[in-house]
Design a protein around this ligand. Structure first.
Ligand SMILES: *Cc1c(COP(=O)(O)O)cnc(C)c1O
Length: 383
């Protein structure tokens, strides 16, 4: 029984949806992308959604739209996939990492505030990451950000379907844009919704929405009301700034739209799996993400445990064909970052977290007997 840490589920209806596109007139960006965007915005509760070829392209374009002053830094958590901060470096911007909260593994908002207090004019924005699926309290973060005039681009690649209750007891869905200026999602197959490759940005700001659309396709404007030069005729369109080809294809979008229908059941199953794990590890030497369950709904992209015997457990699980993974090596510890100015950075909570971290199998298609086997194997290892 081979069990990976994460895996997509593709149904017959997903396959049919893709086949239908293959028989249609559009293969690249077409009507399926628009449908996927509209349905995605409806599901997360935002005004706008813009699909991208992957979440890294979405983060890059998001940063281009938000960037106010490239000399000002951007705050990022070190416990994330490198793309969360790479998007700033693509534009020659500067990143400053803020240590994590050792209990919930997300960026520590108190440390964020301390940094801003010490240097009120040094920063332009923050990229919080909803690690493993646990939303950052963006309500609290918005208050801090407003005091220091920062934008918020939430990296919710782990947290579709997640959310939290704010101080007025309203439920804030990840992606609704109530507090974040932009929110980014990924549809890489290990994430909740698979499109092969794919990403999405949601926002409630019309100006940023239109800017995202333009940059996604080379910076080209097709609306004659917005031309800078006089139109030469019906064929005319013009490139107004340096954009990209970061478009999603209709093939991917049709798969995403079909997968999105199963999101509710998918999250429910992940919560069930998490509860089985938590019950098994409660009062044991194995730690896990600790947060107020009455306030936060965790989307559970990952289930990360903390153990003093990480390497031995990883190897033992592997010998039993259970393929765990480690999320993440702190971003500043990657050789590229070490060689580009981050050698002196010390973030003890993030480094301690990494030394003990292991992601055990978490996906909506996992069967109960597979979970039992994972738990039994961990139990055997402890003996
Ligand atoms: C997966 C992921 C990304 C990048 O997603 P791609 O779609 O693979 O580009 C960015 N940030 C986080 C936190 C992720 O988990």
């Amino acid at each position: 029984m081979k069990i990976p840490y994460g895996r997509q589920s593709i149904s017959e209806s997903d396959i049919e949806a893709v086949v239908e596109v293959l028989k249609s007139d559009f293969l690249t960006q077409g009507p399926a992308v628009t449908c996927f965007e509209e349905e995605f915005a409806r599901v997360v509760g935002s005004k706008y959604a813009v699909a991208f070829c992957n979440a890294t392209a979405a983060l890059h374009t998001g940063f281009k739209v938000l960037n106010r002053d490239i000399s000002k830094k951007v705050l990022v958590t070190p416990i994330t996939f490198a793309a969360s901060s790479n998007c700033v470096l693509y534009e020659k911007g500067q990143v400053e990492f803020v240590d994590i909260d050792p209990k919930n593994f997300n960026i520590d908002l108190n440390l964020v505030e301390e940094k801003l207090k010490a240097n009120p004019d040094a920063f332009q924005g923050i990229i919080p990451v909803d690690f493993a699926g646990l939303p950052v309290d963006t309500g609290k973060l918005r208050e801090i950000a407003n005091r220091y005039n920062l934008w918020i681009m939430e990296d919710a690649c782990h947290a579709i379907g997640g959310g939290f209750y704010n101080s007025k007891n309203e439920f804030i869905k990840c992606g609704s844009g109530i507090y974040s200026d932009l929110t980014v999602f990924s549809f890489h197959p290990v994430k909740h919704i698979a499109t092969g490759e794919g990403g999405m940005v949601t926002t409630n700001d019309e100006k940023m929405y239109k800017h995202l659309l333009k940059l996604r396709s080379h910076g080209i404007e097709r609306d004659q009301n917005l031309f800078e030069a006089p139109s030469h005729g019906g064929w005319y369109h013009e490139m107004q700034e340096l954009g990209f080809n970061y478009r999603m294809s209709d093939i991917n979008a049709a798969l995403g739209l079909s997968q999105l229908k199963k999101l509710g059941a998918n999250i429910e199953r992940r919560l069930e799996v998490a509860n089985l794990y938590k019950k098994a590890f409660k009062n044991s030497a194995i730690g896990f993400q600790d947060y107020n369950e009455n306030k936060f709904v965790n989307g559970y992209h990952l289930f990360v445990i903390q153990t003093d015997h990480r390497k031995e457990l990883y190897d033992y699980l592997k010998s039993q064909e259970i393929y765990s993974q480690v999320h993440y090596l702190p971003v500043h510890k990657h050789p590229y970052y070490q060689n580009n100015g981050f050698k002196e950075v010390k973030l003890l909570n993030a480094e301690n977290f990494y030394n003990k971290a292991l992601s055990i199998p978490m996906f909506h298609g996992i069967k109960n007997n597979e979970i039992e086997f994972v738990l039994k194997t961990i139990h055997e290892f402890k003996k």
